[in-house]
Design a protein around this ligand. Structure first.
Ligand SMILES: [Zn+2]
Length: 323
C-alpha cells in the first residue's frame, strides 16, 4: 500500500528518539490515592531508514489481556527490530483497568468512549487527551488490540472503517482469519484516529481476562504481516496463512429465553442455514429452546456465559453475502 516515506524523529514526553534509536518512555498519567505514580510505558523503535510510523497498542480496555501478552511476547522476541520506519508499542494503555481487572478506569468510565479527551476532564478523558496529544500526531497507521467483552470469545478478526479505504487495505494486509467493516463508535480511539487521518484497524481476538493461544498467535502474525508489507522486517520468515475471509453482513443471535446456554458449534466454523448452534434450557429438564443459524455463515463470536437472560447476545455470525 502507498505510504509516506519520511525520516523522522519521534518525541514523546519531551524525550527525542532519533532514527536508529529505541527507547522506553513512561508517560506519567496520575497517582493512586496512596501516591503511587501511574504511568503508561511506551516502547519506541525508530528504524534507521525512512518509513511510516505504526502504533500498536493493547489494554485500552484493561481486562482485555490477550493483546497485552501478544505485545509482551513480541517485545521478548525482539520482533520490533525494524529496518525502516518506526513502531510505537503500548502494551497496556489503561493501566488502572489492568490492575483492577476491569474494562474501565476506577470511576466506571470507558477510555475507549472518552477520545479525544480533555485536559481537565474525567480520568478516562485525561488519559485519552494525553494519548491524543502526545502520541497520535506522530502516527501514520494504528493497530488496536482488543478481545470480546465480558465472556464473549471473538474468533480472531479485524474490524475496519468502511469510510476509510486505507483501513480496509490494512485489514487485508494484517490477514486475520476474518475481517469486516464496523461502525465507528463516538468517543472511540478509532473514530478519533479516523478524524485525524490515521487509518486504524481493531483486532478482536479471544475474551477478557483469559489468554487464548490461537488469538495471541494470530495477533503476532498480523502485526508482522503489516511490518512486512511496509518493508520494516523481512517478509521471508512470515508464516504462511490462508487468506482472510471478508464478511459482508453480520448479525447477533440472541437468547430466545432465559436459562442455561449450551453452545454446540465451534467458534470460527462455517454453519449452514437452519443448523443448530446451541440450546437454551431451563434447569428442570422441561424446556429446551434450540437456536438455529438464520443464514449460512461463519460463527465468529460465542458467548461463554453459562446462565443467560432473554436477549443476551450468544453468537455473532457473518455471511459472505451482503444480506
Ligand atoms: Zn475492547
Amino acid at each position: 500500500m502507498d505510504v509516506d516515506e519520511e525520516n523522522k524523529t519521534i518525541t514523546i514526553n519531551g524525550e527525542v528518539i532519533s532514527p536508529g534509536q529505541n527507547s522506553l518512555v513512561r508517560i506519567g498519567i496520575s497517582r493512586l490515592p496512596t501516591g503511587t505514580l501511574i504511568d503508561i510505558p511506551v516502547h519506541v523503535f525508530n528504524g534507521k531508514k525512512a518509513g511510516p510510523t505504526v502504533l500498536v497498542q493493547a489494554g485500552l480496555h484493561g481486562d482485555e489481556i490477550n493483546g497485552v501478552e501478544t505485545l509482551r511476547r513480541m517485545l521478548q522476541e525482539n520482533a520490533f527490530n525494524i529496518k525502516k520506519g518506526a513502531v510505537i508499542v503500548v502494551p497496556i494503555l489503561n493501566i488502572f483497568g489492568f490492575i483492577h481487572f476491569s474494562r474501565d478506569v476506577p470511576d466506571g468510565k470507558d477510555v475507549n468512549r472518552s477520545f479525544p479527551g480533555t485536559r481537565a476532564g474525567s480520568l478516562a478523558s485525561r488519559i485519552a487527551h494525553t494519548y491524543t496529544s502526545e502520541i497520535l500526531p506522530q502516527v501514520d497507521f494504528g493497530i488496536d488490540l482488543h478481545t470480546g467483552g465480558s465472556q464473549r470469545h471473538n474468533f480472531p478478526q479485524i474490524r475496519y472503517s468502511a469510510e476509510d479505504a486505507k483501513s480496509k487495505e490494512l485489514a487485508e494486509v494484517f490477514n486475520a482469519p476474518f475481517h469486516f467493516a464496523s461502525r465507528q463508535i463516538n468517543g472511540s480511539f478509532r473514530k478519533t484516529t479516523f478524524k485525524m487521518g490515521i487509518p486504524t484497524i481493531v483486532f478482536e481476538a479471544g475474551e477478557s481476562m483469559r489468554f487464548d493461544e490461537n488469538s495471541i498467535q494470530k495477533g503476532m502474525e498480523g502485526i508482522q504481516n503489516v511490518m512486512g508489507e511496509f518493508g520494516m522486517i523481512s517478509k521471508k520468515g512470515l508464516a504462511k496463512q490462508k487468506p482472510s475471509i471478508h464478511l459482508n453482513h453480520t448479525r447477533w443471535i440472541r437468547a430466545p429465553r432465559a436459562g442455561m446456554f449450551v453452545p454446540e458449534v465451534d467458534n470460527g466454523k462455517l454453519v449452514t442455514k437452519g443448523q443448530i448452534l446451541g440450546l437454551v434450557t431451563d434447569t428442570y429438564a422441561k424446556k429446551n429452546k434450540k437456536i438455529k443459524a438464520p443464514f449460512e455463515g461463519y460463527v465468529f463470536c460465542i458467548n461463554n456465559q453459562a446462565v443467560v437472560n432473554q436477549g443476551d447476545a450468544l453468537f455473532h455470525i457473518g455471511s459472505l453475502n451482503t444480506k
